[in-house]
Ligand binder design. Structure first.
Ligand SMILES: [Zn+2]
Ligand SMILES: [Zn+2]
Length: 156
């Protein structure tokens, strides 16, 4: 995010720094560069998506560093991980409202949704079981509008 040509200081940076201090890990400008790229990247990026974005400005940063930093961001509460078929994607998680996902099996498109009604119903079911929910992820797989309108043999 730019303001008057300068990088705006982001709260996420402070969260990362606090996490590193707490866990006695070193601050590194590589990690900060990866965080900045991740925040710029948009939603649901794979490690390779993020690597491409990072390397536009920082060709010195490699895939392993990007991968490890994403795991670290996840542990710090800044990213959440979506384990999809054969691929892991990451999305920003800091102060984002809860949401769930529709995922296209053919092209990988991801659509977010949230439904207070579904949330309420699952709370009801859980309390009936005496189950305390600490988190959940709905991944609904299928065909997006574009892919559904193509004949099956043309789909990936
Ligand atoms: Zn699709
Ligand atoms: Zn999402």
């Amino acid at each position: 995010m730019k303001a008057g040509g300068r990088e705006e200081p982001r709260e996420e940076r402070e969260v990362l720094t606090a996490y590193l201090v707490k866990n006695r890990l070193k601050r590194s400008e590589q990690r900060e560069a990866i965080l900045d790229a991740f925040l710029r990247a948009g939603r649901h990026v794979s490690v390779d998506d993020l690597l491409r974005i990072v390397q536009k400005r920082r060709p010195d940063i490699g895939r392993t560093t990007v991968y490890r930093t994403l795991k670290l961001l996840r542990n710090a509460g800044l990213a959440s991980e979506l384990a999809l078929k054969g691929e892991t994607r990451f999305e920003t998680d800091w102060k984002r409202a809860h949401h769930d996902h529709f995922i296209c099996n053919s092209c990988g498109a991801i659509f977010e949704f949230s439904s207070p009604e579904i949330e309420r119903i699952q709370e009801e079911i859980a309390s009936g079981l005496g189950f305390r929910i600490e988190g959940h992820r709905h991944h609904i797989f299928g065909q997006c509008r574009r892919c559904a309108s193509r004949p099956a043999r043309e789909r990936r």
